[in-house]
Design a binder for this molecule. Structure first.
Ligand SMILES: C[S@@+](CC[C@H](N)C(=O)[O-])C[C@H]1O[C@@H](n2cnc3c(N)ncnc32)[C@H](O)[C@@H]1O
Length: 360
C-alpha cells in the first residue's frame, strides 16, 4: 500500500463517493428518460396540466403501479414537477426538451439508442485488448435512429435558414440549381431539408451504414422529394472530378477510419469555386483545455469509447480521432494537406458543433 491510499482525506472521500453515486444516478435516470420517451409518457404529460398516475396510466394504456413509480422518480430527478395530491406536470421548459420533437431543444431522442449503446459494453473489453473497434452498424437499426433523432433538431431548425446563408455564394447556387453531396449522411435529414427548399438542385448522400441508409430511404419516401439519391458508398469514393458545388460533412469526420482519404476525395470532387461545409464537435485544441473548460468532456469521452473512436478504429490502423479528436488546428492542418487553401470558422450558435467553411 502506498502513502496516497493510506492518507485518505475524509472530506474528499465523502465528496467523491457522492459524486460517483451521482454518476450512477445519472445513468439510471437516463434509462428512465429512455422509457419516458419510448412509452410516450412525456408526450402524454405535455399540455395535459397536472395528472395523477391513474390519469397518466389511462392516457398511455399502461399499468398504474409502474407509471406511479416512474413519475415519482422523475419528480426526484426534477424532470417532472410534483404539484401535490398525487399530481404531476411537465413544465413548458421540460416539454420542449423531452416531449416536443419539433423543438430545437428536443433532447430525448438522444436517449433512444441507450440500450444498444450500452449493449456494446459486452464487446468493448475485446476492443481494449485488440485495439480494433466496432463500426456504426454494431448498434443495429436503433443506433441509426438514435443518431438521427439526436441530430435532427438542429438540421430542421437551423441548417437552411441560418447556416447556409452564411456561406459565400452558396444559396444563390442552390436556388439556381447546384449539385450537392452530403458525406456520412446518416438518415439523410440534412439532405432532405436542403432538397425540399431547393428543388432545382440535385442532392447525393454517401453512407456506409446500411441501417442509416434504410432510414434515409424511408425518410426520402415520406418527404416525397425526387431530387435526392442515396449511395451505399464511403466518402473515399465519391468520385466524379469537379462535379459538386457544395459538399457537407456533419459530425462524421472524427468517426471515420481514414478521414484524410475522404478529404482528398472531397477536394477532387468539388468544383474549383465549390464549398465544403464541415460540422464537427467543438473540441478545444488540447486535452487540458477540454478538461478545464468543456462541461461535456466526460460525456464526450464516454461516447467516444462507446461509439465515435470505436468506429474510427473499426479497421486495423484506423485514424481513431474520436469525439473530441477533430480540433480546429487539426482541421486546418488536414484540409491544407488535402489541397484546400481557404478556411473560415463560423459560429452558428450550436452548443456542440464547430462549423468550418472550406474552399479549394
Ligand atoms: C455521427 S453519424 C452522423 C450522421 C449524419 N451526418 C447526421 O448528422 O445525422 C456518422 C456517420 O458517418 C458514417 N461514416 C463513417 N465513416 C464513413 C465513410 N468513410 N464514408 C461515409 N460515411 C461514413 C457512419 O456510418 C455514420 O452514419
Amino acid at each position: 500500500m502506498n502513502n496516497e491510499t493510506t492518507a485518505l482525506n475524509p472530506d474528499k472521500l465523502k465528496e467523491l463517493v457522492e459524486h460517483v453515486f451521482g454518476l450512477l444516478g445519472g445513468a439510471v435516470v437516463s434509462a428512465m428518460i429512455y422509457l419516458g420517451d419510448r412509452l410516450g409518457l412525456y408526450r402524454a404529460l405535455h399540455n395535459a396540466g397536472a395528472l395523477t398516475s391513474e390519469a397518466l396510466a389511462r392516457a398511455t394504456g399502461l399499468n398504474e403501479r409502474w407509471v406511479r413509480e416512474w413519475l415519482r422518480g422523475q419528480a426526484g430527478a426534477h424532470l417532472v414537477e410534483y404539484r401535490g395530491d398525487g399530481r404531476f406536470a411537465l413544465s413548458p421548459e421540460a416539454a420542449v426538451i423531452l416531449a416536443d420533437e419539433s423543438s430545437p431543444f428536443f433532447a430525448a431522442g438522444g436517449f433512444c439508442a441507450l440500450p444498444q449503446q450500452f449493449a456494446v459494453l459486452e464487446k468493448l473489453p475485446e476492443a481494449f485488448r485488440t485495439g480494433v473497434g466496432l463500426a456504426y452498424d454494431a448498434f443495429g437499426p436503433e443506433g441509426a435512429v438514435g443518431i438521427e433523432r439526436f441530430l435532427a433538431p438542429w438540421f430542421r431548425t437551423f441548417l437552411v435558414p441560418m447556416a447556409l446563408p452564411r456561406l459565400e455564394g452558396v444559396v444563390a447556387k442552390l436556388v439556381a440549381g447546384a449539385i450537392v453531396a452530403d458525406v456520412g449522411c446518416g438518415a439523410g435529414v440534412a439532405l432532405l431539408e436542403m432538397a425540399k427548399t431547393y428543388p432545382r438542385s440535385q442532392f447525393h448522400g454517401y453512407e456506409i451504414s446500411r441501417h442509416a441508409l434504410t432510414r434515409a430511404e424511408a425518410n426520402r419516401a415520406s418527404a416525397g422529394v425526387s431530387n435526392v439519391t442515396f449511395h451505399a458508398a464511403g466518402g473515399e469514393s465519391i468520385g466524379s472530378d469537379g462535379l459538386f458545388d457544395l459538399v457537407t460533412t456533419f459530425d462524421c469526420l472524427h468517426d471515420m477510419t481514414d478521414p484524410a482519404a475522404v478529404m482528398r476525395a472531397i477536394r477532387k470532387a468539388l468544383k474549383p469555386d465549390g464549398t465544403w461545409l464541415i460540422a464537427d464537435i467543438n473540441a478545444k485544441p488540447t486535452f487540458e483545455e477540454n478538461l478545464e473548460r468543456n462541461p461535456m468532456v466526460a460525456m464526450m469521452y464516454g461516447f467516444s469509447v462507446l461509439s465515435c473512436m470505436s468506429s474510427a478504429l473499426s479497421v486495423p490502423g484506423g485514424a481513431g480521432l474520436g469525439t473530441l479528436g477533430f480540433t480546429e488546428p487539426l482541421a486546418r492542418e488536414m484540409t491544407v494537406a488535402a489541397g484546400f487553401s481557404r478556411f473560415a470558422r463560423h459560429d452558428f450558435d450550436d452548443p456542440v458543433n464547430a462549423f468550418y467553411e472550406v474552399r479549394p
